[in-house]
Design a protein around this ligand. Structure first.
Ligand code: SF4
Ligand code: SF4
Length: 418
């Protein structure tokens, strides 16, 4: 008897473009699928091997990728290595994290170990929050500065996550573009978030999209949702088509995603396409939507009340007040300014038995025998994915958790259970 086909294996073709979806969970599967997907888009890649290729992952926050918030280093590694194999050398990973991160001068590149991965693989990194930019007029008076690194790229690859978003409904390729606005200029987008996400995606088009749908986020995303195993990758040459298909994959109706509603209203996506997607694309996993935002949460983000927000900022920054705002569901994030100094120090082989789980998650491809043994670059980037997924407490960490403590308390259990 042959096994039924995996519902995460299909290609959706439309005059706008196509979306290819493939199952993947382990590091080996991620590498095999990224290579296979790129093969099908070979003709789309730049002919000049000296082309400046910019990868724009979602580094929204300092939450480790396995929470579902940020780009998985396994996906970035697989894509960089696949491009290197094709002879491309001018590769940059660039993003501008959210306004709370930016205002506190936190480096998500450091906290998520992108800095170490870049040293290992030899790609450049650019914090788009510190980039020069050009103003792009959108709607409702929004005219954000958009990063030159993105605007001047020869080839642009969007690498979004799949996660719920309290205001935007769903975050995938189109929502990922908010991160190309420089620093606090992201606030311009909120003057009419749905319309502006749609408009910015029209003006600045990604050449290729690689969706990191390994671990997604459901519930109170993007900053405080729950990780959910989706186990898929998707590649597309059209962000609009991509997001309509991905919304269907996770059971998210388009009415719940304001920027897709605007794409429908504008005729970029039409009812016939939506009907075809509903008929042909399976719901792989219906994720829990973000809960409605409280009135206080909405008020706290109202552009017209930004002056008030600035005035009370010294009080809100007090740890006890920030904690209170989080518990009252006014904010999703509580930031700490102190970077963690956590390091993997050792593995207790006696605790492992037949388990090899950590091997599937190590972005650098270390085998169990070397995890906790080969501890320096280039072998280990200290991402701690192995520790996050370890169910047997077999890995010993050194250093101080600082900013990481909060996410350890919140996410260690849910990540082990993925
Ligand atoms: S051994 Fe662990 S900490 Fe080191 S790169 Fe692999 S997963 Fe990350
Ligand atoms: S995940 Fe933990 S228990 Fe499993 S092999 Fe790795 S270190 Fe050992």
């Amino acid at each position: 008897m042959t096994a039924p086909p995996d519902p995460r294996t299909f290609t959706f073709v439309h005059p706008r473009g196509r979306v290819e979806v493939r199952p993947a969970w382990t590091r080996a599967e991620v590498h095999a699928q990224v290579e296979a997907l790129l093969c099908t888009w070979e003709a789309k890649l730049p002919t000049e091997r000296s082309a400046r290729i910019v990868l724009k992952p979602n580094l929204n926050n300092d939450l480790v990728a396995l929470t579902g918030n940020c780009a998985d280093l396994r996906v970035i590694t697989a894509l960089i290595e696949a491009l290197h194999r094709r002879g491309y050398r001018d590769l940059t990973v660039a993003d501008g994290s959210n306004v709370g991160i930016e205002r506190r001068n936190i480096s998500t590149f450091r906290r998520l170990r992108l800095d170490k991965l870049s040293a290992r693989l030899g790609f450049a990194t650019v914090d788009l929050n510190r980039d020069e930019g050009r103003r792009i007029p959108l709607h409702a008076g929004a005219e954000p500065l958009v990063a030159n690194t993105v605007l001047d790229a020869d080839f642009l690859i969007s690498v979004p996550k799949v996660k719920t978003h309290a205001e935007a409904g769903l975050s995938c390729a189109m929502k990922n573009w908010v991160g190309i606005c420089v620093g606090q200029d992201k606030r311009h987008m909120h003057q009419d978030l749905g319309r502006n996400i749609f408009a910015l995606s029209e003006v600045v088009q990604a050449d290729l999209v690689l969706v990191d749908g390994l671990v997604g986020m459901q519930g109170n995303g993007p900053g405080d949702g729950d990780p959910v195993r989706l186990g898929l990758l998707a590649m597309s040459d059209d962000p609009f088509l991509n997001d309509v298909v991905v919304a269907r994959l996770v059971g998210m109706p388009l009415e719940a995603v304001p920027y897709l509603r605007h794409a429908l209203d504008a005729g970029v996506v039409d009812a016939a396409l939506v009907a075809r997607v509903d008929a042909e694309v399976p719901v792989v996993r219906a994720i829990v939507r973000a809960p409605p935002r409280s009135k206080l949460a909405e008020l706290s983000e109202a552009p017209s009340l930004l002056w008030l927000k600035k005035a009370v900022r010294p009080v809100v920054a007090l740890p006890a007040v920030a904690e209170l705002a989080y518990r009252a569901k006014i904010t999703q994030d509580v930031y700490s300014l102190e970077d963690d100094t956590l390091r993997l120090e050792a593995r207790d082989p006696g605790a492992c038995g037949t388990c090899r789980t950590c091997e599937d998650f190590c972005p650098t491809g270390l085998r169990v025998e070397d995890i906790g043994v080969k501890l320096e670059l280039p072998d280990c980037v200290q991402c701690l994915y192995c520790w996050w997924v370890c169910p047997n407490d077999a890995l010993r960490l050194g250093g101080e958790a600082h900013a990481m403590q909060r996410q350890i308390d919140r996410y260690k259990g849910p990540i082990e259970a993925l």
